[in-house]
Ligand binder design. Structure first.
Ligand code: PMP
Length: 673
């Protein structure tokens, strides 16, 4: 466990509070607990004969070191002589403070100690190395909770609220707020102001422990000793373990009642048996629940948060865009985010695809693809092509047109079948991913459908390689080549729905690349904005677009088409994709999932294990009782959402092996409790 101690300002008593926390931790730790450290990463104003912050830590525990010496480490990692801001103090010595080596040293310390206190310098936005690396970035990279120290004096509320707003914006966790009386109060009024400050902070942040430290006179060791006693009486008993979740506030209980009574959640009735878990923030692969628990998201918010939550570059781009405009209609108007996104998409999409339609969700992108295909046929003077081919086991979305393309027997939209257009379903490709197919044999299966129906078929919809929501079936890439050939021979558009598979999910940028085929129409969504905002797109070729033009305008135009905020988010997300680290990460996730999940086939209840790219699937023989499975996972600190007989993980690409380990362990423990 580690904490980062920061202040609302300089000279707020941070060092003494850090020293008192250290003392309290050492006193309350069991004798067989591991070592505890108090670290000042960067010390300015350092010189011979000048007391440093580390000296204060030493003094705080001096009387306890006889027996416990081996268990406490205090230290400072970078020292500079000038008593000024960090970057300037470093610059005066001709140096800069590099982020990565400093972070690495801190990570090693945190890992090798049972408890670590890290004291910042000044407030949370203090630059360490220019604006690129601030104290807040350091805390975010270390991923540890914060103890915020504020001086209990007039005007502090503004400083606390501003700091807390910034911390919330960055989804950093605050473990406690300490209001420290830094100077001796002189009048009853001042005392009252101080008490009111504490009340205000408590009522504004009901779920955060707020500690009031009165003025403690005397020499440093005496002062710190007194502060420790105040901490002891006010900090929650489990503070240093933080395993026990904080109680939800009354406000959040009322909110849940409202949620239950008025809000529909996906694919659930209003009177659902298990209430949803309130999430207050998310960062990286973590979801922070309102009750203090933290879950590793194993399905990256239905597969879209591919770079992890709260990515600073995506957030920064959205914020920048927000300053100029959140939205403007796209009919008759245009804007840079849409244009820049288009340029990025064309640079990475299959070469043939040159025309882009921005849609507001994956399902709408599929509807648009259907309209494109129908208008393409009309533009070619063919009015008979009014239907589509799709594959058994497919899933293409929840709107009517998209529903008509979902598996007619197994799909979740069976109850609407009477009003849906009737499409033609082809057999699910039987040969699994990684194996070659007998082209002639498979052609015998699929060609008769083309021979019989091609004259009435505008397009063939398929999820290339991986049928996801339809059961996570990964099929041989050779089918794509066969389907592409048949589509060409019978004048049917090949329509790839890469809403789930696009942007690296299968290990290739687009799943079609596994077979080196280019679709006539491509649907993308989900990871397009890195999971920040809803946006999808349908891309097509010059040839299809000019046939459509002969029919007339493409008849679709959503109100929020090409929403500038969403386009800006997508630009940032695609820049991250273009940098390419996802390739290495996806390979290592795939290897990890293979190593950990493959042995599960030994379980009697496991029918199959499948891994492809950053997707790991355990198909069980009995269907999974979702509520109890999810309770089990939450107890293991993991968020997964199985369906039918499929347990799967599809995490963010930034996920670490230790987090993946927890996910696979939760699945394994479920199978063999
Ligand atoms: N197509 C595929 C392949 C999908 O996986 C999904 C969503 N799971 C959709 C379309 C629909 O996307 P959305 O939920 O954004 O409408």
């Amino acid at each position: 466990m580690a904490f980062f101690v920061t202040g609302t300002d300089t000279d707020v008593g941070k060092t003494q509070i850090t020293a008192a926390l250290l003392r309290h931790w050492v006193i309350s730790a069991n004798s067989n607990d591991g070592p505890i450290a108090a670290i000042k990463p960067i010390q300015t104003g350092y010189g011979e004969g000048v007391a440093s912050d580390v000296d204060v830590y030493r003094l705080a525990i001096a009387d306890m070191l006889v027996n416990r010496q081996r268990r406490v480490r205090v230290g400072c990692l970078r020292k500079f002589r000038a008593a000024c801001s960090l970057h300037l103090a470093a610059a005066l010595e001709g140096k800069t403070i590099a982020a990565e080596p400093l972070l690495e040293e801190l990570r090693v310390i945190v890992k090798s100690h049972a408890g670590t206190l890290i004291e910042g310098a000044g407030g949370i936005l203090v630059p360490i190395n220019g604006l690129e690396f601030t104290m807040a970035d350091l805390v975010a990279a270390l991923d540890i909770p914060i103890v915020l120290v504020a001086p209990n004096r007039v005007g502090v509320l503004n400083h606390i609220f501003l700091t807390m707003a910034e911390l919330a914006r960055r989804a950093l966790t605050v473990a406690a707020i300490v209001l420290n009386q830094v100077s001796e109060e002189t009048s009853p009024e001042e005392l009252r102001y101080g008490e009111d400050n504490v009340d205000q902070v408590k009522s504004r942040f009901p779920s955060v422990p707020v500690i009031a430290i009165p003025f403690c006179p005397g020499e440093t060791s005496v002062r710190v000793g007194a502060m420790e006693r105040h901490l002891e009486s006010q900090l929650p008993a489990n503070f240093f373990t933080s395993k026990v979740p904080a109680l939800p506030s009354e406000k959040s209980t009322a909110a849940l009642v409202f949620d239950r009574e008025h809000l529909w959640h996906p694919y659930e009735d209003l009177a659902r048996s298990s209430p949803p878990l309130p999430v207050v923030s998310a960062r990286g692969a973590y979801l922070q629940l309102a009750d203090g628990r933290v879950l590793i998201d194993g399905i990256s918010s239905w597969w879209c948060a591919i770079h992890g939550y709260n990515h600073p570059r995506i957030n920064g781009t959205i914020e920048k865009q927000l300053r100029s405009m959140a939205h403007v209609m796209f009919a008759g108007l245009t804007h840079n985010p849409a244009i820049e996104l288009g340029q990025r998409l064309l640079a990475m999409a299959p070469r043939k695809l040159q025309k882009i339609f921005y849609a507001d969700s994956g399902s709408v992108a599929v509807e648009v693809a259907m309209k494109m295909a129908l208008q393409w046929a009309r533009g070619m003077g063919d009015f008979k092509k009014q239907r589509f081919f799709a594959l058994n086991g497919s899933y293409h979305g929840d709107t009517s047109g998209a529903m008509s393309l979902c598996d007619p027997a197994e799909g979740m939209h069976r109850r609407f079948s009477k009003i849906l257009p009737r499409q033609i379903f082809l057999p699910r490709p039987g040969v699994p991913f990684g194996q070659t197919i007998d082209q002639a044999l498979e052609r015998q299966i699929y060609e008769p459908f083309f021979e019989k129906h091609a004259t009435e078929i505008a397009g063939f919809f398929l999820e290339p390689i991986a049928q996801c929501a339809g059961g996570f079936w990964f099929y041989s890439a050779d089918y794509l080549e066969l389907f592409r050939n048949l589509c060409d021979e019978y004048d049917v558009l090949f329509i790839a729905d890469e809403i789930a598979t696009g942007f690296g999910r299968t290990g290739k940028l687009f799943a079609c690349e596994w077979a080196d085929v280019e679709p006539d129409i491509l649907c993308i969504g989900k990871g397009l904005t890195g999971g920040c905002m809803t946006l999808a797109a349908t891309l097509t070729t010059e040839a299809v677009a000019s046939a459509i033009a002969r029919d007339g305008p493409l008849m679709h135009g959503p109100t929020y088409m090409a929403n500038p905020l969403a386009c800006a988010a997508a630009c940032a997300s695609l820049d991250l994709i273009a940098e390419g680290t996802w390739r290495k990460k996806t390979r290592s996730i795939e290897k990890f999932l293979r190593d950990k999940l493959a042995p599960l086939t030994a379980h009697a209840n496991v029918a199959d294990v499948r891994v492809l790219g950053s997707m790991g699937v355990v198909e069980v023989r009995d269907s999974v009782d979702r509520p109890s499975f999810q309770r089990h996972c939450v107890d293991h600190g993991v968020w997964l959402r199985p369906f039918a007989d499929i347990i799967y993980t599809m995490p963010a690409y930034i996920i670490g092996d230790d987090q993946l380990e927890k996910i696979t362990a939760a699945i394994e423990n479920w199978l063999a409790p």
